[in-house]
Design a protein around this ligand. Sequence first.
Ligand SMILES: O=C(O)CCC(=O)C(=O)O
Length: 328
Amino acid sequence: MGRLTQGQIDFFNTEGYLIHDDVFDPHDLAPLRREFEERIDRKIAALLAEGKLRNTYADQPFERRLTSIYRDSRENGEAVIAELEGPAGGGHHGIEMFRTITHPSLLAVVESLVGPEIIGSSVYRIRPKIPGIGRGIVPWHQDSGYFMQQCDNQTIITCWIPLVDATAENGCMQILPRAHRQGLVTHHTGGNAGFLVIEDGDLPPSPSKPVVAEAPLGGAVFMTNLTPHCSTPNRSDVIRWSVDLRYQGAEAPNNVGLWPNAEADEDELQEFQMACYPPEADFVVQSKLHPESVTDYAGFVRRREAFEQVKTIAYPKRGWTPVPLGAD
Ligand SMILES: O=C(O)CCC(=O)C(=O)O
């Protein structure tokens, strides 16, 4: 565990991704799984109290319980997922989420890729991919398709962390290698479950077939913001739980230090719009130059909640157009 070797860094830079089998001791992720279980448990108890469900499946493990809830009632399943995902995707911000984002072994890898001044982004996502349910199937995209154009040439690292062994069978990601140096390609709105999508004909050329990015519990998959990737159906009988986190160097545009204000004037709004993903809070996760600027858990929650208040402000978008009629 620790910093990447030069060989791993070279591989990441050449291929646009790196699968690392042992970033964490798998036991380190148990508290995050427990925190999710507790939140799910509270939501199921609330649904029970509202008379919306009868069977709570309390005896079922993390890898199966939500499937049973979902199969009994799609509405209840979605309500539980929304509890974790929040209205814009990264809703849950418990202490164990923060401890995972700031885990020293993970930051050592990120430091190898972006340097010691590290900004964390609130564009993190929690993904329970339920067997046989289509909502978790993510079409081909580059993460920069979601970010503002001023960040197209910056390095933003996605760290995709499975909370169970991620396999081809349970719908791990697929990655197009050596395709990240060709810039951002055309995306369209209206992909599966409302995701952006790169149509097959628009995928950048790659010298090889997509890589099936299997990763064990304790491992992680690292990608650049221009690495095309997608994820496939879960054909297993366990939920493919994962979280994906994002980091960038301090030199990349960010909204650290800015506090949203629903009455912001034009100038203030423009300042906000300079971040790579303006609607969500960035925060300092590591700084060797200014260690006093590192955001602690209370500050992380304060920033995320402050940004949550102004989600209704119309932030700029990339302007992608819908998938053309007649396309698959
Ligand atoms: O978890 C998945 O299935 C897809 C993840 C993804 O697209 C991402 O992390 O950008």
